[in-house]
Design a protein around this ligand. Sequence first.
Ligand SMILES: [Zn+2]
Length: 244
Amino acid sequence: MKKQLELLFRLQAIDSNIKRAETLQQQFEEEVNRLQTELDSEAQKSAAVQQEVDAQVKKHREHEAAMKVLEDQKRKVQEKMMAIKTNKEYTAAQHEIASIEQVIGKKEEDIILAMDAVEKTKELIAGAETALKEAQQRFDAKKHQAETELRDYLADIEKQKQEREALQQEIKPDMLGTYQQIFKARKGVAVVLVDKEHCFGCSMKIPPQIYNEVVQGEILHTCPHCRRILYVDRSAAAGEQQSV
Ligand SMILES: [Zn+2]
C-alpha cells in the first residue's frame, strides 16, 4: 500500500504540473492577444496622426499657392499702373492693390496658423511613434518568451505526460479509479499532504488516530473534511523525527 500511495502522490504531482502548464499556456496566449490588440490600436493611432499631419501640410501648401496667386495679381496691377494715363484709372488701380494687400494680409495669418498646426501635429507624431515602438517591443518580448521559455517548459511537461503513462500502469485499477473520482470532484487535487495532523487540502485538523495510520501508510485514508487522499511525505517525516 505504501508503494501505491507513493505512486498516487507522484501521479498527483504530475497532474498538478500539467494543470499549471495549461493555465500558464492560456495566460500566455491571452497576454499575446492583448498585446497584439494594443499594438494594432497604436498602429491605427499612429496612422491617424500621420494622416492629420499630411492634411495640415496640404492645407499649408494650398495657402502658399494662394499667396503666390495673390502676389501675381498685385504685380500685374502694379505693371498696369505704369501705363496708366488718367488719375481716375490710377486711383482705381490703387484701390485694387489695397484690396489685394488686405487679402494677402489675411493669407499671411492663415499661413502662420497652418505652420503652427503642422508643427503641433508633428509633435504628436513623435509621441505616437514612440508608443507604437514600445507596443511593438512589448509584443515581441512576450512572443519571444512564449517561443523560448514557454516552449521549453511545455516540452518538459510532455515528458512528464509520458512518465504519467508509465506511472498509471503501475497503479492498481481500483486505486486509480478512486484517484480519478476525487480528482474530478475536487478541482484536480485528489492527493494532499498531511503534516502535524493538518490536511494541506482544506487546512482542517485530522483526528490523531487517522493521522497515525496515514503516517504508517498501510491504509488509504481520505480527509474527513475534504475527502481527499491523505499522504505523508516520508522523507520529510523522517527528517522531522531526526530533528526531535
Ligand atoms: Zn482536507
